[in-house]
Design a protein around this ligand. Structure first.
Ligand code: UDP
Length: 409
């Protein structure tokens, strides 16, 4: 882990001093984060960076996981998809199973935080603990990483019974939330510029890594990094590549992995392999969860990054790519328009044809592509770096646990 002082080179010493000042007000408080997986996907990515940084600031931040078997995670994946507005049917029996596993977790997990910070729907039911003896002083916050603006109402109403028991909720954008009876706070996610995934790499290092995967360093490359999830539309990315390939010699990298709480991914992975149909210019990489340097190198070696999601939470992969100065063509869904201003810091599209058109444009105009990447990097620097995120979280913990005036330091 980097020292907190290392970040002054990126954001300035003032920002770091400010973080230290705020952190001092959290002395003696335990911040307990709970989610459902330690690897795979944006939530785990963020927690794995934020917790050590909070600790660097002497904040007692902890991270626990709930447990659940395959059936539980199949159900929570369905809940996830219905919150995104996808039409999936979830039976009452499945909701009962969800509640049963929640109760099992409640018996096992020790809630020792002063602030209990619950991430996403999987552990949402732990809020039932609030009514138990000894919990009176604790503050419970629900952090929703999903865009629930078009959520399936049956599922949303089921979850609302839990959501509205929390003291506070956090969403990534005003556009993602719904009317709730509890206060809502808006905090965007972030990337860590000094992590293995985002730090600067030497040219040789990049070359070694991509050659290890059989990627041709001389060929123009379009890349999507994402879990093998239907909502990331990897099959649509292959369609995009095939349209582009008619005009420009290029290769496609589809790099992804699976998450412990996402049982659907192996099936989607198989469909991707099948659709690629042995094309030597399509590199499908099923990466283990520790592949941070590899993802960094692949993003840096790419000519254009694509994020053709059908639905999206925030879409950290977009910020990761922009931070590397890469031109990005991405769907205008979820948090992506917060990161890309069309034709200024990237290109937004809605269709396969539109995405292919923009990818071609960028492959043919390196100057234009470089400009978009440069503007994108600046935007990420100003809005989506971990230092801003840590500050927002610390202020949130203060606001939740203290009198109103304490947070205006
Ligand atoms: N990621 C990874 N390995 C993979 C695929 C994705 O480490 O095989 C990372 C990716 O670099 C990003 C995060 O997982 O940091 C994905 O976050 P995002 O918000 O883009 O999507 P989510 O998976 O949370 O829907």
């Amino acid at each position: 882990m980097n020292s907190i002082n290392d970040y002054s080179e990126v954001v300035g010493a003032e920002t770091i001093n400010e973080l230290r000042t705020i952190a001092a007000h959290l002395e003696g408080k335990i911040i307990q984060n709970i989610n459902s997986t330690s690897v795979g996907g944006g939530v785990a990515e963020i927690l794995s960076r934020i917790i050590p940084l909070l600790k660097e600031l002497n904040v007692d931040a902890r991270w626990d996981l709930i447990k659940g078997g395959e059936k539980f995670f199949e159900i929570t994946k369905k809940i996830h998809n219905s919150l995104h507005g996808i039409d999936v049917s979830i039976s009452d029996e499945e909701l009962d199973h969800f509640l049963k596993i929640t109760d099992d977790n409640l018996k096992e997990i020790v809630l020792n935080g002063n602030v209990i910070f619950i991430h996403d729907p999987q552990p949402i039911g732990l809020i039932k603990a609030k009514k138990m003896p000894g919990m009176e002083e604790k503050k419970f916050i629900w952090r929703c990483h999903i865009d629930i603006s078009s959520a399936n109402l049956k599922i949303l109403n089921f979850l609302k019974k839990f959501i509205e028991m929390y003291d506070m909720s956090v969403f990534s954008s005003p556009l993602f939330s719904k009317k709730l009876k509890i206060p809502q706070v808006l905090i965007s996610p972030s990337i860590d510029p000094l992590s293995e995934k985002n730090k600067e790499l030497e040219k040789d290092e990049i070359l070694n890594i991509i050659e290890k995967f059989g990627i041709d360093p001389e060929k123009k490359t379009m890349t999507q990094i994402s879990r093998f999830d239907r909502l990331k539309d990897p099959l649509g990315v292959i369609d995009v590549y095939r349209l582009v390939k008619k005009y420009i010699a290029c290769q496609l990298i589809l790099a992804g992995g699976t998450a412990n709480d996402d049982p659907e991914s192996s099936q989607v992975y198989r469909e991707v392999i099948e659709k690629a149909n042995g094309d030597k210019d399509i590199h499908i990489l099923n990466l283990p969860p520790t592949s941070n340097i590899e993802i960094n190198a692949i993003q840096r070696a790419s000519t254009v990054i694509v994020q053709k999601s059908l639905k999206e939470g925030f879409g950290l992969t977009v910020s990761e790519s922009l931070w590397k100065g890469k031109p990005v063509v991405a769907s205008a869904v979820g948090g992506i328009p917060l990161q890309i201003t069309h034709k200024y810091s990237g290109l937004l599209s809605r269709t396969i044809e539109g995405t292919a058109f923009y990818v071609k444009q960028l492959l043919q105009n390196p100057g234009y592509a470089a400009n978009l990447g440069k503007n994108g990097k600046e935007h990420v620097k100003n809005n989506f770096l971990i230092t801003r995120h840590v500050k927002d979280y610390m202020l949130l913990f203060l606001k939740t646990g203290y009198k109103e005036d304490t947070i205006f330091l």
